[in-house]
Ligand binder design. Sequence first.
Ligand code: PEP
Ligand code: MG
Length: 584
Amino acid sequence: MTIEFSGIAVSTGIAIGEALTLRRDSVDVSERALNKKETTAEVRRLKRALKTARAQLLAVRDSIPKDAPTDVSAFIETHILMLDDSFFSERTITIIKTEQINAEAALHRQMQELARAFDAMEDRNLATRIDDVRHVIDSVLRALDVDESHVGISDFSMGGDHWSGRIVVADDLTPADTVAMQHHGVAGFVTESGGPLSHTAILARSLGLPAIVGVHGARRYIKTGETVAIDGVNGMMYAETTEALLVDLRNEQKRLRQETRDLKKLIDTESTTTDGVELSLMANIDIEEDIKALKRVNAAGVGLYRTEFLYLNRETTPTEAEHLRVYQRVLRALKGAPLTIRTIDLGADKNLPGVTDTGNRPTDSNPALGLRGIRLSLSEPSLFTPQLRAIFRASAKGPVRALLPMLTNMEEIRQSQQLIAQVKESLRSEGLDFDENLPIGGMIEVPAAALIADQFAEELDFLSIGTNDLIQYTLAIDRVDDQVNYLYEPIHASVLRLIKQVIDAGQSAGKPVALCGEMAGDTRYARLLLGLGLTEFSMPPSLLLQVKRSLVTCKRSKLRKQALAFLDASSREERQALLERINA
Ligand code: PEP
Ligand code: MG
């Protein structure tokens, strides 16, 4: 009988192999009192351990395969930088000297102090970065432990065949471990702790190593040497697997590998339907680093750059110069492909301390309907103007388009245009270069905007449909509330009618219309949207090739009638049946 364990899927793929269960006994961090003389020797011991830990990390960094995505070394560099940070070593040395205790206990104290500080952070993403601190401190503790009987990066770095083809089952793994494991041919890994946002998880995805995390008690049940299988798509681990399940998993593994190979073949092919309709398949990016993923799939450019991420995780708002530097770097990386910069969409679920959720304003009771997106930008020109100036200045270096979020009426467009006219005027008077014809577009994210898209299309250079919000506001379901998730239906006739209306309005006015919500990256809906007349899609880069495959293998002229039938479908069942037909 197969035993099933469920966890969190963090890196796709299926791996089957012998388990290698790592038991890292924790290093003894109990406190030992020292006399004054002993503290001097203890500080020397700590410094030696810091050096050893650093050398181990450098060895790992040097073992990173040349073709690995560059962000892999960035993770290891971060740990090396932390070790090099004088605050890190000096604070520990101070604790040793003033408290007159051993290095292990001093490091443990520092860890606790930092954990408290991270725990108090409001930003949960940032709070999970305590994992990095823990991993760095752990590497020093292990280096201090001269009778090393633990498994860690040093063991991975030793190399040897015993890692190859194995599935590592551990309590937790560091990013350095992950790189070393891949280097030695480990087939996949399972950890008891960790989350999908941890660096280890991100790295596993980058390195293409199947992985699941959060499998509590895994090491209690899995013995080294027994055969296990992990399904990184569904977050499952199987032990004592029946032959029938193994056969199924092997077939699925073959299918996934073949699919990855097939999809890669599409990277350089034209984005055109079989009847010659040209498509524009663009990428959504949230941070500068996402450009690497965009390049890997050869996207036509950036259809949505969510710049509000530049404002999060920091105490001050970015300056014009900071905006400009980032946009210029992104443009350089794009090498002539267009960059659509959406002006900040702060508010609602993307709060900015001191601007959108504190200060003199009472906390909004309904933030999704409150001062967010363009409303906030227009109410705080001191926030908006530096970004607009940077967008225009960046346009001197490459093709830039500006995109305004959360528009609901024509006045917001006109006010933005006025502000833009002022920005252009002052840039001219300062003698700064910019694209005089920089296209200004608007997001269609609320039903009000979709219903007057014809008016918007007259005034703007292009439109981009944000279905994430459009669905939320049309169906009255909070996009972050799990309880009403069951009502989320991108192909609800109301939503599709609005989308169709926007596409038609763009066509009548001769203005391009794109769709950049998550729906654009969902293969189930690609042909339906094409049938409704959409040709410009912008989506997370990881989904682009699948959407491309669905679109370039079909004939647009055949889809129109099928797509229009969705607009009159009056039940979920009917819509599902239509969906199966259009994708057949
Ligand atoms: C959308 O609403 O569909 C969209 C693309 O914007 P965001 O997801 O950033 O709100
Ligand atoms: Mg939105």
